[in-house]
Design a protein around this ligand. Structure first.
Ligand code: DC
Length: 231
């Protein structure tokens, strides 16, 4: 018998694979809470840049994360994040914050702090959580696990178009190069490197529209709902 239990849906993948747009749509469709965990790493990095905390000082960065109050909200597909009462939703998208977030995300104790917060946010289910390690570390027992991917060129192009759209000065080549650099660091770090969980559904989004990806994920959710009644 199908269950109405609120599921945990984990979406992982590299920058520009479509996780955020797709994740927000899936969450809205299901009436679930959407959590962009990359925004949490970005918010911590933003604060570190503001406070001039050295990004490779593991002890100082861990303390900074511990002493920071993060609040996440999502309404009508508009995601918002504030830290210590300051709305940083837009500020965390700056290229220097992207770079800094990738650097601080290599620090194991920083990850432990943020993973604990993410587990708390998702513990009751009814959540679509996206990042790099959701299906492998944060919720290894998630009901639905997806790994989204696309060619580096397609992902760089998407980021470039987003930047142009939001009025940021951007270069196509430099954006593709930055995406490649970040992927390389995210996938090769020692602490929870980005990788598909063995039981994740792998979706290459290079030639798919957002709605096609959303449809595929909703189909996987329907299957999980039909088969997870014994859980
Ligand atoms: O998804 P994003 O590009 O906003 O993420 C910013 C950085 O944070 C990314 O370079 C890798 C890191 N990150 C991570 O290590 N683990 C997560 N669950 C989410 C993001």
């Amino acid at each position: 018998m199908p269950t109405c239990r609120n599921l945990i849906i984990a979406i992982d993948g590299p920058a520009g694979s479509g996780k955020s747009t797709v994740g927000r749509k899936v969450a809205e469709h299901l009436g679930y809470f959407y959590v962009d965990t990359g925004a949490m790493y970005r918010a911590a990095a933003w604060k570190a840049l503001q406070m001039k905390t050295p990004l490779d000082d593991a002890a100082a960065m861990t303390k900074l994360v511990r002493d920071t109050q993060m609040r996440l909200a999502c309404d009508h597909q508009q995601f918002q994040i504030s830290i210590d009462g300051v709305d940083v939703t837009r500020a965390i998208r700056a290229p220097e914050v992207s770079e800094a977030s990738s650097r601080i995300s290599t620090i194991a104790p920083v990850r432990r702090e943020l993973v604990a917060q993410q587990q708390l946010l998702g513990k009751d289910g009814g959540v679509v959580m996206e990042g790099r390690d959701i299906g492998t570390v944060v919720f290894p027992d998630a009901d639905v696990k997806i790994f989204l991917d696309a060619t580096p060129e397609a992902r760089g192009e998407r980021r470039y178009n987003e930047d142009v759209h939001s009025g940021k000065p951007a270069s196509r080549e430099l954006t593709i190069e930055a995406v490649r650099g970040r992927d390389q660091r995210d996938a090769s770090r020692e602490a929870s490197p980005m990788m598909p969980a063995p039981d994740a559904a792998y979706i290459d989004t290079t030639r798919l529209t957002i709605d096609q990806v959303v449809e595929k994920i909703l189909a996987l959710v329907a299957v999980a709902r039909g088969t997870s009644s014994s859980k």
